[in-house]
Structures are given as structure tokens and as C-alpha cells.
Design a protein around this ligand. Structure first.
Ligand code: ZN
Length: 91
């Protein structure tokens, strides 16, 4: 594993990168419920399945794209992008 040192090309934020998935099945085990706000406690959640929709800046939502302008949706392209932009920290 290599450490990512993400600097957003759009806003310059160092807050990091996030993977956005869709069609995910989430399951939550809960012992607590907010009886005023009608919310269960989502502390113990896990996700299953799903497909990558995009990789984006946590701060501004800037979406990473390939050189041809299409959104990056696989980790091989993501690695290539990070390396091309010098955002992998070799220790
Ligand atoms: Zn950003």
C-alpha cells in the first residue's frame, strides 16, 4: 500500500479523495434510536456490492477524469492519475 497525498487540482484542498459508489446494499445493526428525531444509530453499518460512480475531492466535489475527459471509475486508472500527478508518497 502506498500513501496518497491528494491535492485537489480545482480548490487546492488537502482534505482528501473520496470514492462514491451507487447501488450499494447497506446493513446496520443498532441498539439506539432517537425517539424525537426518528433516527436510528448508524454507527455500526456495513456495505455490500455496489459500483464505483466516481472519485472526487472531499472538499469541493471535483471529479477526477482521464486524459480524454471521461470520469475515472476504476482503480487502475485512478493509480495512473495519482502517479501522473505526483500524488503518491513513496516511503
Ligand atoms: Zn477540491
Amino acid at each position: 500500500m502506498e500513501k496518497i497525498k491528494f491535492v485537489c487540482p480545482s480548490c487546492g484542498s488537502l482534505m482528501g479523495l473520496e470514492e462514491i459508489m451507487c447501488d450499494v446494499v447497506q446493513s446496520t445493526t443498532f441498539d439506539y434510536i432517537d425517539i424525537m428525531g426518528f433516527e436510528i444509530d448508524y454507527t455500526h453499518s456495513s456495505t455490500d456490492g455496489g459500483v464505483v460512480d466516481r472519485f472526487q475531492c472531499v472538499e469541493c466535489g471535483y471529479i477526477l477524469t482521464n486524459s480524454n475527459g471521461t470520469e475515472i471509475i476504476d482503480t487502475e486508472d485512478l493509480c495512473a492519475w495519482l502517479m501522473a500527478n505526483n500524488m503518491i508518497e513513496h516511503t
